[in-house]
Design a protein around this ligand. Structure first.
Ligand code: GDP
Length: 534
């Protein structure tokens, strides 16, 4: 059944009020600042600045965070929940750098929508475009926030045109900026005929909102200086004529994005954006799975792991599996079935990531993200259910495109190194291969920067300096098929064989010719460039 107002299925109210989303943006566009303001309005923290302050504290704990700071990239990820209006927002952080796209892809499988933040002076930048393409693969609804309007920014039509052209999506203005740079005074709310005026004196103040009775309301002139008013009237009229009207269905289908203009640092436009996510953003969606889909309103609980983060607290070597609830009403202490191992798991210490801190999650509904501390049982792609053998699908695993050999600076520490590497392999941070002949490990990643992050994490979290060196191999293929055939193949190709962290057999080579030869000589074997996460 569809709700006539929202065109979305009628869900239990607790589920229907959830909005689970990620922010996609190019570094520096204002993602962190916007996140802080979300949390500020969500009443989750007292003072903006805490997200960053907390971030700094984390950074001092581990030095890959130092790297993050030096390079101005954000590689840590987390989930945050907060309430605003009648809505519960779950914000999942995406790593910002392109070398972490694998992680980002997986994160985006756990959300129902994305907020795209662009810098009003820079428009659509490279990383925004890449992340947008990932969202498009899943037709994820996108809501756009054009930030930094308090500074010199580009012409509004130009920005909208650029998004439409570069991203091939219809753009509809939900607000229209009044004045540029120093002259920017706020926005005309195109959907509700209101003036939203920015207060430059108080950065944390909620904008003043003035009801207007259409564009010919004389009240407009009382609040908008004459030199800005004519331009506003002309532009809004043109926009209404030339740009597509808001079509909520097209937004839900990912074909249209509403755009808001604001200034995160001045807390301006953020409230309108949140209201927009509530009104036009999707409620929790059906999850693709095998042998059947999972609908959020199902009574039974199901969820899946989209991220594993190790060493959140280096003293405890704990691992937190981030689980997106796909259906039902979860309560703390529930016994769920870990579908991959078919074993029951009592979920006694689930955590909810409320902005300011972790907190025990007494309950969670479809759409929520909870963290489950564990000792490695939970892997990316795992499904948890109340017994049914369903497996969530669509969580990508990427072919490692760069291979390097890693060695501990101190050869006596090889065992330590192995432990560290296994940990990162399980987190999904890298593929790790142990060659069947010779010493050392081969690490496979998607982007070069991952090697540096790994090296610095191993040193920080395990006190182990390591070296990465060129490997003689450039490609890895997982081998599957008949057991006897695999044994025969392995014996004949010992120099090329390794095991991944699950013990599965991998064929390493530098020549495509080798791969073609294996395919020809062993027709019963299957060589694959990725291993499905399961
Ligand atoms: P991120 O890299 O996308 O997380 O961006 P940040 O939130 O860290 O912001 C990058 C820089 O832009 C910081 O120096 C912010 O203070 C600044 N900034 C963020 N929002 C605004 C804004 O609305 N106006 C202006 N002038 N600066 C902003």
């Amino acid at each position: 059944m569809l709700d006539t107002a929202t065109n979305q299925p009628v869900l239990p109210p607790e589920i229907a009020r959830r909005r689970t989303f990620a922010i996609i943006s190019h570094p520096d566009a204002g993602k962190t600042t916007l996140t802080e303001k979300f949390l500020l309005y969500g009443g989750a923290i007292q003072m903006a600045g805490q997200v960053r302050a907390k971030g700094e504290a984390r950074r001092t704990r581990s030095d890959f965070m130092q790297m993050e700071k030096d390079r101005g990239i954000s590689v840590s990820a987390s989930a945050m929940s907060f309430d605003y209006d009648q809505f519960r927002f779950n914000l999942v952080d995406t790593p910002g750098h392109s070398d972490f796209s694998e992680d980002t892809y997986r994160t985006l499988t756990a959300v129902d929508a994305a907020v795209m933040v662009i810098d009003g002076a820079k428009g659509v930048e490279s990383q925004t475009q890449k992340l947008f393409e990932v969202c498009r693969l899943r037709d994820l609804p996108i809501l756009t926030f054009c930030n930094k309007m308090d500074r010199e920014s580009r012409d509004t039509f130009e920005i909208i045109d650029e998004i439409q052209e570069m991203l091939a999506i219809d753009v509809t203005p939900a607000a229209w900026p009044i004045g540029v740079g120093r002259d920017f005074i706020g926005c005309y709310d195109m959907l509700r005929d209101r003036l939203e005026l920015m207060d430059r004196a108080d950065r944390n103040k909620v904008a003043e909102s003035i009801e207007i009775n259409g564009l010919d309301d004389p009240k407009l002139a009382e609040h908008v200086p004459e030199h800005l008013l004519d331009k506003l009237l002309e532009e809004v009229e043109m926009a209404r004529e030339l740009l597509p009207k808001l079509d909520p269905q097209a937004v839900l289908e990912g074909h249209m994005t509403p755009i808001w203009f604001g200034s995160a640092i001045n807390s301006f436009g953020v409230k309108e954006l949140m209201e927009g996510i509530g009104a036009y953003g999707p409620q929790p969606q059906v999850q693709s799975a095998e042998p059947r889909q999972i609908a959020p309103e199902e009574k039974k609980v199901a969820g899946f792991v989209f991220k594993v983060q190790a060493n959140m607290d280096p003293k405890h070597r704990d691992r937190v599996a981030f689980v997106r609830m796909a259906s039902g009403h979860f309560k703390r202490g529930m016994k769920l079935t870990h579908v991959r191992s078919k074993k029951p798991m009592a979920i006694s210490n689930p955590v909810l990531f409320l902005a300011s801190d972790r907190e025990l999650a007494e309950e969670a509904w479809a759409g929520d993200i909870i963290g489950i501390p564990n000792h490695g049982q939970l892997r990316i792609g795992d499904t948890l259910t109340e017994g049914e053998a369903i497996r969530v699908t669509g969580i990508p695993s990427f072919a490692p495109e760069l291979l390097q050999t890693v060695r501990a600076g101190d050869p006596m520490k090889a065992k330590h190194l192995e432990k560290a590497l296994m940990q990162f392999a399980e987190e999904g941070a890298a593929k790790v291969f142990k060659p069947s002949i010779g010493s050392g490990f081969i690490v496979g990643v998607v982007g070069q920067l991952q090697f540096e992050v790994l090296a610095s994490r191993i040193e920080m979290e395990y006190g182990l300096p390591v070296r990465f060196e060129a490997s003689q191999f450039t490609s890895a293929r997982w081998v599957s098929g008949d057991k006897a055939e695999i044994d025969k193949f392995v014996n004949a190709n010992k120099q090329h064989i390794a095991n991944d962290h699950d013990g599965d057999i991998v064929y390493l080579t530098r020549l495509q010719w080798d791969i073609d030869r294996v395919v020809r000589d062993y027709p019963d074997l299957k060589l694959t460039a990725t291993k499905e996460m399961m």
